[in-house]
Design a protein around this ligand. Structure first.
Ligand SMILES: *Cc1c(COP(=O)(O)O)cnc(C)c1O
Length: 381
């Protein structure tokens, strides 16, 4: 493993996480139980959501969200071409067809509502949106389109935990169902983990049922003497979270607001210091609106300069990444390449993501900025 001077991301762990894990080990109960239940209740309160169901990871959450909405073979699910591959993979896992929509532009790389509207057919069952980097997509417009066409809206809110929509609703609670990930590089990190939120009792119950084999009672219920046996009501999965991750999640949730605030101030520092870099673009910098500030993305003048900058940063032991390759360009989606997504492809070739995490210092931001400035201006005539 490369010894980075400045990594792309780093979890912010302290004695709270130590205490949480120790509490579970001491309790002697490791699989889903009181910690997960408390995490769900605290998360639901934080989201102002009726239901929060903890799951093994964000991908499992997306799978359950699609299944709970009854999506399957013959259905179409419109979603961004510029996204992590999980939503598209889980759409395919249900037997439905992912239909890829383009982004609004290089400065606003979230799904284009007009493009979504143009892709709706009789088969469309849902639209999945993603708040790229924690910056909100045009949720209001997209909700209106979904309502008009009577299709469901799923938020892949993995980047946007803690961000609020224009009306104050938390990201993830704007549509029918929202999904979060607690993977190690996310704003709330437990290693693996995720959450599904919904205001709908039926969807909440369905997600809960499918999370654990379709069984109508849990091991914990039987341990507590609440149930002696069980029935299997549907063909479900084991997508449960365990107590160690649940306890870690509770500790991380209590730090989330402060962490997001810090990420915001670091982001504004990046934007201010990079604003005069000729021909480089700073997505979302001029849009306003709330954000969870998950990723710091810049767009290079072209693909060659993007790759050259990443190599230069690597030489300075500064980690960077490309979020994301364009999903329909992956081999596994070759047969779903049905729509034009030129802007997503352009963005995928030119985007560079820079270090951003809540324990990052302003000095580290300044180091990344001067290295990028150096890379961007070297070799210029
Ligand atoms: C991280 C992430 C996922 C997948 O979450 P896992 O917990 O890793 O399964 C899905 N969508 C987006 C946008 C993500 O960033």
């Amino acid at each position: 493993m490369t010894d980075w001077l400045i990594p792309l991301s780093a979890p912010s762990y302290g004695h709270e996480e130590d205490d949480a894990v120790r509490r579970v080990l001491t309790s002697g109960w490791l699989s889903m139980g009181p910690e997960v239940q408390a995490f769900e209740e605290e998360f639901a309160r934080f989201q102002s959501s009726r239901h929060a169901v903890a799951v093994a990871n964000g991908t499992a959450g997306l799978h359950l969200a699609l299944l709970a909405l009854g999506i399957g073979p013959g259905d179409e699910v419109i979603q961004p071409a510029m996204n992590f591959v999980a939503a598209a993979n889980m759409t395919a896992a249900t037997g439905a067809t992912p239909i890829f929509a383009d982004i609004l532009g290089l400065d606003e790389p979230t799904i284009d509502p007009a493009c979504v509207e143009g892709l709706v057919t009789r088969r469309t069952k849902a639209v999945i949106v993603m708040h790229y980097g924690g910056h909100l997509c045009r949720t209001g417009e997209l909700l209106e389109i979904c309502r008009r066409h009577r299709v469901h809206l799923i938020e892949d809110a993995c980047h946007a935990i803690g961000a609020s929509l224009a009306d104050g609703t938390r990201a993830g609670s704007g549509g029918d169902i929202g999904v979060f990930s607690f993977f190690s590089n996310k704003n709330l990190a437990t290693g693996e983990g995720g959450m599904v939120v919904t205001a709908c009792d039926e969807l909440g119950a369905r997600v809960r049922l499918l999370r654990s084999h379709g069984m109508n009672s849990l091991t914990w219920d039987r341990h507590k003497g609440h149930a002696a046996t069980y029935d299997v009501l549907a063909n479900g999965y084991n997508y449960r979270l365990d107590e160690i991750h649940g306890a870690l999640g509770r500790a991380q949730l209590s730090k989330l607001a402060a962490g997001n605030q810090k990420r915001g101030s670091l982001t504004r520092r990046y934007w201010r210091l990079l604003s005069d870099l000729p021909d480089w673009r700073l997505p979302f910098a001029r849009l306003g609106g709330d954000s969870a500030f998950h990723l710091l993305a810049v767009v290079a003048p072209d693909a060659t300069l993007r790759t050259r900058a990443a190599e230069f940063l690597r030489g300075e032991r500064i980690q960077s990444s490309f979020h994301y390759p364009c999903v329909p360009d992956f081999s596994a989606f070759a047969r779903h390449r049905s729509t034009a997504v030129a802007l997503s492809q352009e963005f995928a070739q030119r985007v560079l993501t820079l270090p951003l995490y809540s324990s990052m210092t302003e000095g580290a931001v300044d180091q990344v900025v001067s290295a990028l400035r150096c890379a961007a201006t070297s070799g210029k005539p």
